[in-house]
Design a protein around this ligand. Structure first.
Ligand SMILES: Cc1cc2nc3c(=O)[nH]c(=O)nc-3n(C[C@H](O)[C@H](O)[C@H](O)COP(=O)(O)OP(=O)(O)OC[C@H]3O[C@@H](n4cnc5c(N)ncnc54)[C@H](O)[C@@H]3O)c2cc1C
Length: 391
């Protein structure tokens, strides 16, 4: 099996960037490495949203440029084509967060459906990412349960409408052979989303894993949930799609738990989260016949573990069963070296209007500005490549 990949080969990692792009990326990463600048950016982002002040260009030329592929599908397509040249697949991800109107939910649904049609025509390995909070008001979702016990007709109608929207996405994706990654969000809504995506997997993953749920492995209960899913799939004879992440809402989850006076659902230490993530990788790759897995991570050790397990478990058809994905603008060393090594490697390619991408951008900027964050690692690799080119 072809498992000799050098994940630190910077020449391969940045071959898609010309010298100017490389310099600009280094410049912006140096900016967001400074926590105080990220605080300023967050403030500016807040003002843009609240007072509609025209400071959009500030975001557009800094974090947006690094982490988003453009404001519309046409701009994103340029990135998709560039990735394709390096055998990197695209998970097309329309980002539209924070607008809680029925009109925007309808637009989001139509955009996702259009994206499914679009990627099915453009890509050999088509994927889309979907955020369920873009299809119905999260405050409403928090109040409803999955059972049909509600006597409120309006509540029932809205709940059915939401499930029908998810169903429409899945039905179209399956008819076009497109894989759908349903993202995981905050726990207050995720428990409900889990039940719906489970139901979609039972319905649509009969012969092919096209519908993927996301498990946030920083949650204490996720390994047990994964084991339940595997048993359920065996019993009810369907296939599972699992996207594994560590989780992006740690601080918020801890705060919510503290306010509610309950124990935090998130592990206390990074080591525990890493252990849980790697446990899930081990389970999924052992059960590869029924579980298709996406390792959505920038953690090199977890990627190396998966490569080792692919070999140990002799997963000859790993291109169809194990996927690797990193966010656009991050960990190019993993994405491009994996693709070069003939693994199924992709980028999550977010696009959308700057205003609607703000919560997404802030998550990325904050993640990259923290001390334990990614930035120093990214910068190290980028500067290595810059000096390599100079030589
Ligand atoms: C392609 C892709 C798709 C993604 N989709 C989603 C999604 O749908 N939902 C979502 O929530 N996130 C998503 N993320 C983000 C992801 O959850 C992580 O925030 C991010 O990838 C960083 O984790 P890591 O595995 O890359 O690596 P690392 O940098 O090794 O891990 C950082 C992560 O470890 C955890 N952690 C850090 N400190 C502690 C601590 N003290 N105690 C416990 N845990 C700790 C946190 O989850 C933190 O984000 C996605 C990421 C990628 C690459």
């Amino acid at each position: 099996m072809e498992n000799s990949v050098d994940l630190n080969n910077v020449k391969v990692a940045f071959s898609h960037k010309n010298d100017g792009e490389l310099r600009k990326t280094i410049f912006i990463y140096r900016l967001i490495q400074r926590p105080f600048l990220v605080v300023i950016l967050s403030k500016v982002a807040g003002w843009i949203l609240k007072y509609k002040i025209p400071l959009k260009f500030l975001l557009k030329n800094t974090v947006f440029k690094i982490f988003c592929a453009g404001q519309n599908r046409k701009e994103a397509q340029i990135t998709m084509n560039k990735l394709k040249e390096h055998n990197v697949n695209t998970v097309l991800d329309y980002v539209a967060e924070g607008d809680n109107s029925e009109a925007s939910f309808k637009i989001n649904l139509e955009t996702i459906l259009e994206n499914i049609r679009f990627v099915s025509l453009e890509n050999k390995e088509p994927f889309v990412g979907v955020k369920l909070s873009g299809l119905e008001d999260v405050d409403f979702i928090k109040t409803v349960g999955y059972s049909d016990s509600s006597s409120d007709a309006e509540e029932k109608r809205r709940k059915e409408q939401f499930i029908e929207r998810v169903n429409e996405i899945c039905a179209l994706a399956v008819s076009k052979n497109v894989k759908v990654y349903f993202d995981a969000e905050e726990k207050s809504t995720q428990d409900f989303y889990d039940l719906i995506v489970e139901e979609m997997m039972r319905k649509y993953n009969k012969t092919n894993s096209l519908i993927y749920t996301t498990l946030q492995m920083y949650m204490k209960d996720r390994v047990a949930y994964l084991e339940y899913l595997v048993e359920d799939a065996k019993e009810k004879e369907y296939l599972i799609g699992v996207k594994l992440v560590r989780g992006a809402y740690m601080e918020k989850e801890r705060k919510y738990a503290e306010i509610a006076g309950v124990k935090s659902p998130v592990f206390e230490t990074k080591i525990q989260t890493d252990y849980s993530f790697n446990q899930a990788v081990t389970i999924c790759l052992k059960e590869y016949a029924i579980v298709a897995t996406c390792l959505a991570t920038h953690n090199q050790q977890s990627v190396e573990l998966a490569l080792k397990l692919i070999e140990q478990n002799n997963i000859i058809n790993h291109y169809e069963r194990v996927f690797f994905s990193q966010l656009y603008g991050m960990s190019d060393n993993l994405t491009f070296n994996l693709a070069k090594g003939h693994y199924n490697s992709s980028k999550y390619v977010p696009y959308g209007e700057v205003e609607k991408a703000i919560p997404y951008l802030l998550r990325r900027a904050e993640e990259n500005s923290s001390i334990e964050g990614q930035t120093s690692r990214e910068l190290e690799l980028l500067t290595q490549e810059k000096s390599r080119r100079k030589k």
